[in-house]
Design a protein around this ligand. Structure first.
Ligand code: ATP
Length: 464
């Protein structure tokens, strides 16, 4: 292990956080982050719907990644390619032939397993880990969703839902070079849906059939690929640190030769310690010139890069890929932010709080405006403050119930700041700004609110 990655040795080994998958799933539903798809029909496994707070959180995670990749890198541009692609794409990419999981079924209870995910003894004895019944032989199962395009349902009309966003980038790489005058090294970033007919979908939104990816493909000169691979590992590690993620809950996992995808020369996963254990969050892959060579072969088009600064040298670039799950990042951020603590000893039910310690850049609601009373013009004043803050911040307004309860509701939604408007506000134009993490309150002039929020967000450092 190289020195710059020694940081991972601090990784904790066992999960000791307050989150459990049950708590996260139930909070997500209760507060409108994530709902089961088609719940009124009993639910559709492998698919989830993002509610009002969930879509805000997901959008912000995507925006943070987009900013990091495109705005902060002069040589990375964006793309939004179609989900439906020419079926030859998937022959060229190797997905038709290789994108399979090994599958076994139980003849008795009909459960289906990925054979690489059940204990070896069960596999050797062909014994179902659930009921002890007999297991079938292992067979290969292609994870791509197949459908038909056009009126005729014959083999000529077969089309796939993309299992990764990357191929949309590869088939456009020449368009982007030409339209945007890109020079190697350069990258193309894309956020979008991907679909995989996963055999086992469990752990809430961790592994689903419909999900979203955050993928960036970086095109480099062959021979410089290892250097760029290391560089992107460093950058992706630093990115999570910047988001305020608990760094002792992250570690690297290098793919052994038995794990490497058919296209990869080297691959490292960033794993996160979820309540159910260490699991992949993102992969950094050296995909070599495999994809562009294959597209050259299958399309008949020349995919070589012409290096105009170097005597028009021609070569097929190598590709370094950073590939993260957006929806998996939503789960990670929910688990990472989740905390429970005792905040008083009055014997009341609001002595305890559940709090989501989101980075303010990711929090679905940045600031909640709470009038102490509805009457005497306090509600109007609070609404007026909200209107003023709306242009720059995502706001909420709550006038229902005791103030302590309202703070708890905002804590549970992960709102980093609350502004309380009381009688003094009417008299001297000051308001109370309350901080989610420390629960401290400061009185400041209303006129300073917007700039103070701006400063607090910029200076935010996670403490717990
Ligand atoms: P796994 O081994 O967990 O099936 P993978 O190695 O096939 O995943 P990649 O093909 O490298 O995953 O995909 C890149 C990223 O996309 C993963 O790190 C993960 O965050 C996300 N991802 C992949 N499959 C799913 C899925 N079924 N549901 C949600 N996110 C996924």
């Amino acid at each position: 292990m190289q020195e710059e990655y020694a940081v991972q040795e601090y990784a904790v080994q066992e999960y000791s956080g307050k989150a459990t998958m049950e708590k996260i799933t139930s909070l997500a539903k209760r507060r409108g982050f994530v709902f089961q798809s088609s719940e009124i029909y009993g639910g559709q496994s492998g698919a989830w719907d993002y509610g009002p707070l969930g879509i805000e959180l997901k959008n912000r995670i995507a925006a943070a990644w987009w900013k990091e990749m495109t705005r902060l890198h002069d040589n990375i541009v964006g793309l939004d390619s179609a989900i439906l692609m020419h079926p030859r794409t998937w022959e060229a990419s190797g997905h038709v032939e290789n994108f399979t999981d090994p599958l076994v079924d139980c003849k008795k209870c009909k459960s289906r397993f990925r054979s690489d995910m059940i204990p070896e003894e069960n596999l050797a004895a062909k014994k179902c880990p659930d009921c002890g019944g007999e297991l079938t032989d292992i067979r290969k199962f292609n994870l791509m969703f197949k459908t038909n395009i056009g009126a005729a349902e014959d083999t000529a009309s077969v089309i796939y839902l993309r299992p990764e966003t990357a191929q949309g980038i590869y088939v456009n790489y020449k368009n982007i070079i030409q339209s945007n005058r890109m020079k190697i090294p350069f990258g193309i970033a894309q956020v979008g849906k991907a679909f995989r007919n996963e055999i086992v979908t469990k752990n809430f939104i961790f592994r689903t059939c419909e999900f979203e990816q955050l993928e960036m493909q970086y095109f480099v000169k062959p021979g410089t690929d290892e250097e760029w691979f290391n560089e992107w590992r460093k950058k992706r590690w630093a990115y999570y640190e910047k988001l305020g993620v608990k760094m002792d809950h992250l570690r690297w996992h290098q793919h052994g030769s038995d794990e490497l995808a058919h296209y990869a020369k080297d691959a490292y996963d960033i794993q996160y310690l979820f309540p159910m254990g260490w699991r992949e969050l993102e992969g950094v892959h050296n995909r070599t010139d495999y994809d562009l060579n294959r597209h050259t072969e299958y399309s008949g088009k020349d995919m070589q890069y012409i290096d105009q600064d170097n005597n028009n040298d021609r070569y097929i670039p190598y590709i370094i890929e950073t590939s993260a799950g957006l929806t998996r990042n939503v789960l990670m951020i929910l688990c990472d932010a989740y905390d429970e603590e005792q905040v008083a000893e009055k014997g009341n039910d609001d002595d305890f709080r559940t709090v989501l310690r989101f980075h303010p850049d990711l929090a679905p609601i940045t600031v909640a405006i709470l009038p102490l009373m509805k009457k005497d013009g306090l509600a109007e004043l609070a609404q007026d403050i909200r209107t003023e803050l709306k242009e720059d911040y995502s706001t909420d307004y709550d006038q229902a119930g005791a103030i302590g309860r309202r703070y708890r509701r905002q804590d549970e939604a992960g709102t980093p700041f609350c502004v309380t408007v009381d009688y003094q506000s009417k008299e001297d134009g000051t308001v109370t700004l309350r901080f989610r993490d420390s629960m401290e309150q400061v009185r400041i002039p209303r006129a300073e609110l917007a700039s103070r929020l701006h400063q607090e967000i910029k200076a935010y450092k996670r403490v717990k």
